[in-house]
Design a protein around this ligand. Structure first.
Ligand code: MN
Length: 211
């Protein structure tokens, strides 16, 4: 049985600044919870019943994959924002500058803005340890391509519609101002050191009850 992860902050932490507690009521308590419930129901009696989230995401397909990946995508998204301001580590800052020619913010927001339909915009460390921005549609998630996420923004409409209606670029600007750079910098460090093992470690840590 998987359980909905706890949030690392109060649901009103971004109220009036980025996203409202009403968005958390829907996005976290209803949407994210539904992916958990669906996953628990779908794996019952299958080879995935007692598997870790990492094993399910990497080896399943169809409805099981969609719900397992959406559990992970949302787990990770909540960690990518924080009400406490921080800066990227020196290592990450210089890697972002090198990879995106000093235009990381603009490139990332542009990529997230132009993603058609529902999906996610990520910064990943690829197999050559290079930083890349990738878009995924619906539930798709970079670890299935051996890419290690260090940052993600949810651009499904349910992520911003209550607070921003159709204004995705405004949501993205505010998202950017609330990025948890401490978390992202640590994810980058672990991605370089441990590769895909860091993804497994993250999922196992969030879903200890299933391990
Ligand atoms: Mn979402």
């Amino acid at each position: 049985m998987f359980n909905l992860r706890k949030l690392p902050y109060d649901k009103s932490a971004f109220s009036g600044v980025f996203i409202s507690d009403k968005t958390f009521d829907y996005h976290y308590e209803k949407h994210h919870q539904t992916y958990i419930n669906n996953l628990n129901n779908l794996i019952k009696g299958t080879e995935f019943e007692n598997k870790s989230l990492y094993d399910i995401v990497l080896n399943s397909s169809g409805g099981i994959f969609n719900n397992a990946a959406q559990v992970y995508n949302h787990d990770f998204y909540w960690d990518c924002i924080s009400p406490n301001k921080a800066d990227p580590s020196k290592e990450l800052e210089s890697a972002l500058n090198e990879a995106f020619g000093g235009n990381f913010k603009e490139t990332f927001i542009n990529s997230a803005t132009t993603l058609f339909g529902s999906g996610w915009c990520w910064v990943v460390v690829d197999e050559n340890k290079k930083l890349k921005i990738v878009q995924t549609s619906n539930a798709a998630t970079p670890p299935i391509n051996k890419q290690i996420p260090i940052l993600v923004v949810d651009v499904w409409e349910h992520a911003y519609y209550i607070d921003y209606k159709n204004a995705r670029p405004k949501y993205l600007e505010e998202f950017y101002s609330n990025i948890n750079w401490d978390f992202v910098s640590t994810a980058y460090e672990w991605a370089l050191k441990e590769g895909m093992v860091s993804v497994k470690f993250y999922m196992n840590d969030i879903h200890k009850e299933q391990n």
